[in-house]
Ligand binder design. Structure first.
Ligand code: NAI
Length: 331
């Protein structure tokens, strides 16, 4: 099948060419994102392959249909950037990669937590500057702390188990309780209890209408003073302006984010040498207790291999008219 890739990075080309073992598929890789303007770049492709910040809203889907696109293959798990209703109305199938190394993202959440807590980013710079002092680097024992996890699907479940391994008390909230996690020692509670009792909160639920701005001025107010907040899920889960206020007044003690509400304007691109116009992100990066990574949770060899293989399996199933195991539909 002819497939047009949007938002392509060099590693996409490497891993997708590697997975296309017998050259079954023909790829064309574009660096540009999918949006209304760039659908004009489609030639003779049947499928588009897109990533987290490509936009497949109703207007784009209409244009994709006009260009003969019949399949949107997401090379990621989250699908909040696709209008599934519009896709269904256009007779277009949408597939994704529901699970690819949940360890990659869960381990990145732990990385953010530990790096923030022990100020690794500061000590790295200090030592390089021959400054071997410790003042300001003090952290806390993660052991024995209460960790609140919102969303215990593939990634959240791995994160819970890692935190149990650290000797933490793990509280969780999800619309479904995971029996195996409960047996492992996780306690499911209401979101208010997570907010009120957790020393560390990590978000692992998808971005939906229900979860948008789950972390806002009201829920921050319910949290313990000095809480560490980690978000590797989707930026829209957090009302960033409310979080900035809470960082300023010390209610939030530390923030580690791999995702950001307005990330599609910035992430995966190099703006060094440019003036960033996003004042909220610029403010965030001035805090000494904030660590921002640019959506790299998924970025391990294992995950990239699985993403490429599953995406091509999804596309092959569509081509052969076989059941689409990883199709996403509305509702
Ligand atoms: P999943 O679908 O396996 O798990 C999501 C869980 O959230 C499910 O158990 C679901 O029941 C729960 N959930 C849904 N609505 C909820 C609500 N209102 N309150 C509490 N829980 C709710 O998804 P997975 O693979 O664990 O991924 C989680 C999120 O991580 C994705 O949606 C995506 O946004 C993000 N992600 C980030 C990556 C990165 O590189 N930073 C890479 C992959 C995913």
């Amino acid at each position: 099948m002819n497939i047009l890739f949007f938002s392509t990075q060099p590693y996409d080309i490497t891993y997708f060419n590697q997975a296309n073992t017998d050259n079954t598929h023909h790829f064309r890789f574009l660096e540009y994102p999918l949006n209304e303007d760039n659908t004009a770049l489609i030639k003779d492709e049947t499928a588009v392959c897109i990533f987290v910040n490509d936009k497949a809203d109703a207007a784009v889907i209409r244009l994709l249909k006009e260009k003969g696109i019949r399949l949107i293959a997401l090379r990621c798990a989250g699908f909040n950037n696709v209008d599934l209703k519009a896709a269904a109305e256009a007779g277009m199938k949408v597939v994704r990669v529901p699970a690819y190394s949940p360890h990659a993202v869960a381990e990145h959440a732990v990385t953010l937590l530990l790096a923030l807590n022990r100020k690794i980013y500061k000590s790295y710079n200090r030592v390089r500057d021959n400054n071997f002092t410790l003042s300001g680097l003090e952290g806390f024992d993660v052991y024995g702390k209460t960790v609140g996890v919102i969303g215990t699907g593939n990634i959240g479940a791995v994160f819970c188990r890692i935190m149990l391994g650290f000797g933490c008390k793990v509280l969780a909230h999800d619309v479904y309780n995971n029996q195996e996690l409960m047996e492992a020692g996780v306690t499911y509670v209401a979101p208010e209890t997570i907010m009120a009792q957790s020393d560390i909160i990590s978000l692992h639920c998808p971005l939906t209408q229900d979860t948008k701005h789950l972390i806002n001025a009201h829920t921050i107010h319910q949290m313990k003073r000095g809480v560490t907040l980690i978000n590797t899920s989707r930026g829209g889960l957090i009302d960033t302006k409310a979080v900035v206020e809470a960082l300023k007044n010390g209610h939030i003690g530390a923030l580690g984010i791999d995702v950001y509400e307005q990330e599609e304007q910035l992430f995966f691109q190099n703006f060094s040498g440019t003036i960033i116009q996003d004042d909220v992100l610029s403010r965030l990066t001035t805090f000494p207790n904030v660590l921002v990574t640019a959506h790299q949770g998924f970025f391990t060899r294992e995950a990239l291999t699985q993403i490429a293989e599953t995406t091509l399996t999804n596309i092959a199933a569509f081509e052969k008219n076989e059941p689409l195991k990883n199709e996403i539909t509305q509702g």
